[in-house]
Design a protein around this ligand. Structure first.
Ligand code: NAD
Length: 493
């Protein structure tokens, strides 16, 4: 992008921010709008900003323009064969894989949260996201004819995506939605818009060159609260899909248009005396350290029975975690949570997704840069337990027995019904927790990412629809049920 265009975009962003007197997407927890504004303006002028101007290859300034382009592109998609549609989906997966290293770095440079190795891996593993093969037609043949129950496209879908996985969520959504026969308009998080817009352009360029469709994916730049609102209300958009925290989940649920909502979580881990402690410790390090604990499914707090608590802490150390003492935990807590406009303490965005060594320094100690995870003992009412903190510091709560662990875990999950994890070889205990937690993703004796097919069975998606109940989204999630009834004919048996 040339310097004039950068200046134009920055000026537009500042104009909209000033006009509203608040940040584009509303400040995140614990953050003041004033602190957010310069960061957002800076993000739009980021050196990784791509060269193409707005208005080409799917990146548009207005929702109306995006709807027009997406509608035309979806009509073209409908004229292609299912094999072509499969080819488009595979092209998106290949483009993501081929560019994973560069795009992972671009996203980390722009958002400044998470870990490079995992940013790259999240793009490399997109082949685990199901495609056209997931669309199955059910049929019934009888005396009255033949009926086909088919998965039909919605048309144009509006998708709001998070900063924690800007390009991965966009890419996985695009795979599932296009496999379902749709085109999509993305309103990315303002702090991750440049990498998102870049990916949209590259996907569209690849699709256009091979299949002659220019804008199956579209992206709004700059994305704002107003453009999100326009997506919620636009008559040309059939469905909205929201992946994000409590504010956007509430906004989508309050809108008139049907929304699929992949909302926040605060996944608890329960550990009882029958657990394999080596596997438990290795799993917690793997899951909680993944992308510096940005995953919504990542282990956020542990409730372990007294009988094995000290042994588990020792195993955690053996598996590379660093134990903070109570004073260090409190020093870190004072920095990691700051008062919001409501007067309550909220997560300080400057600490979200940062490396363990950064958090250790904030706690007043130092760890080798290779340290992936900090842990420490706290009470269950601690801020780090109760809030979805998205940091590689995991609080461990000592409980008298597994019933207390289950009670406190369910309380800390706050009815998000998102993810819960248990380490136990007692199937009665596992069943009891599973029933009571009633979550969307329930992981037993593994690291949280196994629940998304990483080292476990099953498929991948980065949008896990929780309050609206669709679960780990697939192409079928983004289709509508259509029955074709051929009455009285074609029954040949
Ligand atoms: P966020 O809620 O700050 O932002 C998410 C998206 O919503 C962004 O595009 C943002 O601009 C937009 N947004 C925020 N408030 C809005 C409003 N009032 N109206 C319209 N749009 C609004 O979240 P984040 O920090 O980007 O991502 C982390 C959060 O997302 C965590 O809570 C995490 O659990 C959740 N998440 C959930 C899933 C899932 O699959 N369930 C996946 C990833 C992240």
């Amino acid at each position: 992008m040339d310097s004039t265009l950068v200046a134009d975009v920055v000026a537009e962003v500042m104009k909209r921010l000033n006009a509203r007197g608040s940040s584009a997407a509303g400040p995140r927890a614990g953050e003041t709008a004033a602190a957010e504004e310069p960061k957002r303006a800076e993000a739009y002028a980021h050196p990784h900003r791509v060269q193409d101007p707005i208005g080409q290859f799917g990146v548009f300034a207005s929702v109306d323009e995006a709807v027009k382009a997406a509608t035309e592109s979806q009509a073209k998609l409908m004229k292609l064969t299912l094999e072509d549609r499969d080819g488009i989906v595979k092209l998106i997966k290949k483009t993501a894989k081929d560019n994973a290293a560069a795009w992972g770095k671009m996203e980390l440079d722009e958002t400044k949260i998470g870990r490079l190795d995992h940013k790259i891996e999240k793009l490399q593993i997109l082949e685990l996201v199901p495609g056209v093969e997931f669309l199955k037609t059910n049929c019934d043949s009888g005396s009255n004819g033949i009926c086909l129950d088919e998965a039909a496209p919605f048309g144009v879908i509006g998708a709001i995506t998070p900063v924690t996985h800007s390009v991965p969520t966009l890419s996985a959504n695009a795979i599932s939605m296009i496999a379902g026969g749709n085109a999509v308009i993305f309103n990315p998080h303002p702090s991750g818009v440049n990498c998102a817009a870049h990916a949209v352009r590259e996907y569209n360029k690849a699709i256009s060159a091979k299949f002659g469709i220019d804008a199956l994916l579209t992206c709004i730049a700059p994305p704002t609260l107003e453009t999100a609102e326009a997506i919620f209300n636009h008559r040309g958009i059939a469905l909205t899909v929201v992946t994000g925290g409590p504010a956007v989940a509430r906004a989508a649920l309050a809108a008139k248009k049907r929304a699929i909502v992949a909302g926040p979580g605060n996944p608890p881990v329960v550990v009882d005396e029958t657990a394999c402690l080596d596997n438990t410790a290795a799993s917690i390090v793997k899951g909680a350290a993944y992308d510096n604990n940005l995953l919504c499914i990542g282990e956020k707090e542990v409730f372990c029975v007294e009988a094995v608590f000290d042994k588990l802490m020792a195993k955690m150390e053996k598996h590379g975690a660093f134990i903070l003492n109570p004073q260090q935990i409190e020093t870190l807590t004072k920095k990691a949570f700051t008062p919001g406009s409501d007067g309550k303490l909220h997560v300080n965005k400057d600490y979200v997704g940062r490396d363990a060594s950064f958090l250790a320094a904030a706690a007043g100690t130092s760890v080798p840069p290779s340290t992936q995870l900090l842990i420490g003992e706290t009470k269950s009412d601690h801020l780090f337990v109760q809030q979805e903190q998205m940091m590689p510091f995991v609080p461990f709560v000592r409980v008298k027995d597994v019933d207390e662990a289950i009670d406190l875990a369910i309380q800390a999950e706050h009815d998000y019904r998102h993810t819960a994890i248990i380490h136990s070889r007692n199937m009665d205990t596992v069943t009891k927790f599973g029933r009571r937690a009633n979550v969307t993703l329930f992981v037993v004796n593994g690291a949280s990412p196994t629940g998304l097919g990483l080292g476990g069975q099953g498929f991948l998606s980065y949008s896990i629809a929780t309050p609206t109940g669709e679960g780990i989204t697939t192409p079928l999630t983004f289709t509508k049920f259509r029955r074709v009834m051929i009455a009285g004919s074609l029954r040949m048996i």
